[in-house]
Ligand binder design. Structure first.
Ligand SMILES: Cc1ncc(COP(=O)(O)O)c(C=O)c1O
Ligand SMILES: N[C@@H](CCOP(=O)(O)O)C(=O)O
Length: 462
């Protein structure tokens, strides 16, 4: 399988090179040259597979023989053996029309573990096979950082530096990242927002000399391996519900920030998975919902919300979607992204907006509405949603029509966001792994938000 860039200048690289490249060297994002197709017959064959068996089948489509099947199987099995639930991503039924897909049973209690347990192991494998140096640089609004650190902490030949917005992540998220004392981990708390952190790392990755000199690798969803791993649970949820004949009109509701998780659903649909509506749920940082509604992509004012991991204005994976929206035309994507850089705005024509509205249904959830949803579902179903999941559930409530079933992606465990949960007077018992964090010393360096400061830190660390 070959991989190319959304801007058209990186052509036909293999899977491992695509993983190592992270951000494409032309500034674009990597995508598979051809999207493998999954037929109804294949879906039927996959129906009885366990999560790991299914992941192996899906990954094989994208990796082919570049990683021998036995090696890939070992990587996949190791990655999902760390999950606390044998189903890895179990479905929880709330009522006949609504299921929650629990993606938070991995080591750091967030959906990111599904891809990052795999990517951590994959980096270890690639480093051994190709003698590559792995120096990971990532940005996080809270979950990716903890999950990526957990995926590679203590691993020989790998170092990781994570930037998070200082005091803009939840207490548990901060503790998960900063209580790690392995020598291969550096946490930088940046005075700024997640968008600042993401902009800094993207600019450093785009400086190809710097990137190559320091062997910088990505763990954010700019890395195509993240997206591929996240497609698996769409298939898994569909296959579980197909056993109950619930897939006639099956929607997925996805709480969205960087557009990675929902892009994985879009890709699954392009592979042939019969997804009815892809519901794009945002919090008050609703640039993507406005895009789906009006065809204008333009950051608004930053809002600190009760779902802080989705406090994102500039969505990394938007460019991947533009690539398909514009008929896989790298030149058109380059022009649009340059225009966005110059003017801070992209407006698409009416015919394109029609296509967008066929692909997604958007809904933006107000801050108080997200908490009300948590309270309502707790009272009605004795089920505690985290505030991000609550955005997806609130959107599902609004968008699901008669005769449709919706799977709402549950992207984090509520214990990670107790500050928000407490605002509706709900007491929760923390899992022991989270409770234990409160007694540990923290290690982090607070830095200003200039590229030079970060570069200095990286030069010392890598
Ligand atoms: C808990 C949680 N939910 C939802 C999201 C949104 O996912 P994405 O950025 O892939 O759109 C994130 C991170 O962005 C998150 O950490
Ligand atoms: N919500 C994310 C933001 C980074 O997104 P990614 O999917 O590109 O890694 C986080 O928790 O860090």
């Amino acid at each position: 399988m070959d991989y190319v860039s959304t801007r058209g200048k990186v052509k036909e690289i293999g899977f491992m090179d695509a993983v190592l490249m992270g951000l494409a060297d032309d500034g674009g994002l990597i995508i598979p040259k051809h999207i493998p197709q999954v037929t109804t017959e294949t879906l039927g064959k996959w129906q009885q597979l366990s999560y790991s068996e299914l992941a192996l089948e899906v990954f094989s489509l994208f990796i082919q023989d570049e990683i021998p099947r036995n090696d890939l199987k070992e990587l996949v099995d190791n990655s999902y053996s760390t999950f606390r639930d044998p189903a890895v991503t179990p479905l929880h039924k709330l009522n006949d029309e609504l299921y929650v897909l629990e993606l938070f049973h991995g080591p750091t209690f967030a959906f990111k573990d599904v891809a990052l347990q795999f990517l951590g192991n994959l980096y270890g494998y690639i480093s051994r096979k190709t003698d590559s140096i792995i120096h990971i640089l990532g940005a996080t609004s809270g979950d990716t950082g903890a999950s990526a650190i957990e995926g590679v902490r203590g691993k020989e030949g790998i170092r990781i530096c994570i930037l998070h917005p200082h005091q803009k992540v939840s207490k548990v998220q901060e503790l998960q990242m900063t209580t790690v004392d392995d020598a291969n981990v550096l946490n930088l708390a940046v005075e700024g927002t997640f968008d600042d952190c993401q902009r800094i790392i993207k600019e450093l990755f785009a400086d190809v000399d710097f990137k190559h000199r320091y062997h910088l690798r990505a763990i954010n969803s700019i890395n195509i391996a993240r997206i591929l791993a996240q497609t698996v649970y769409y298939f898994y949820a569909y296959l579980q519900l197909s056993k109950e004949n619930k897939t006639d009109k099956l929607n997925f509701s996805v709480p969205t920030g960087n557009f990675g998780d929902i892009f994985a659903g879009y890709l699954a649909r392009k592979m042939g998975l019969p997804i009815h509506k892809l519901i794009l749920a945002t919090n008050e940082n609703n640039i993507l919902e406005r895009f789906v509604r009006e065809g204008v992509y333009e950051p608004g004012a930053f809002r600190g919300t009760y779902s802080p991991s989705m406090d994102i204005q500039v969505a990394s994976n938007f460019e991947r979607y533009l690539f398909y929206l514009y008929g896989e035309d790298g030149q058109a994507v380059s022009t649009i992204m340059q225009q966005f850089k110059d003017t801070g705005r992209v407006v698409i024509p009416a015919d394109k907006l029609q296509l967008v509205q066929a692909d997604f249904v958007g809904y933006s959830v107000e801050n108080e509405e997200s908490l009300d949803t948590i309270r309502t579902y707790y009272d009605k179903y004795n089920y505690l949603l985290d505030p991000h999941t609550a955005c997806g559930v609130a959107a599902a409530d609004k968008i699901t029509a008669d005769n449709e079933v919706t799977v709402a992606l549950s992207t984090a465990h509520p214990a990670k966001f107790d500050e928000s949960i407490q605002l509706r007077s709900i007491e929760q018992v923390f899992p022991q792994q989270i409770q234990a964090l409160f007694n540990k010393p923290q290690f982090q360096t607070v830095v200003g938000g200039t590229n030079n400061e970060i570069q200095d830190q990286l030069e010392k660390f890598f």
